[in-house]
Design a protein around this ligand. Structure first.
Ligand code: HEM
Length: 74
């Protein structure tokens, strides 16, 4: 099974912001920042593809994400 990003998924239980008494105090700001970032990206760069899927590298550790992500912007 491949990883798939489904931004508008209905079932959305996760612990990305922690849980319990120390749950992230900035989660609503973080969500708003992500909405603004994605909206701005898609307004300015609606068409893009991975230029070289084999060149993608990932950061490990606590904050996971792409470290090198070559894109082809059309
Ligand atoms: C995508 C962005 C973010 C993620 C994934 C995230 C994740 C987390 C997680 C997992 C915790 C719990 C840590 C623990 O259990 O010890 C936490 C705590 C916290 N986060 Fe975030 N965070 C994000 C953005 C932010 C932002 C934007 C702010 C503030 C501007 C913020 C402020 C805090 C604070 C103050 C705590 C400590 C809460 C406490 O200990 O009671 N976070 N965050």
């Amino acid at each position: 099974m491949t990883d798939t990003v489904i931004l508008d998924r209905q079932r959305n239980r996760h612990i990305a912001f922690g849980s319990g008494i120390h749950r992230c105090a900035g989660s609503n700001l973080a969500r708003m920042e992500m909405q603004v970032a994605l909206r701005t990206w898609f307004e300015r760069i609606p068409e893009f593809t991975l230029a070289d899927p084999g060149a993608v590298t990932w950061a490990g550790g606590q904050v996971r994400g792409p470290r090198i992500l070559p894109l082809k912007i059309s």
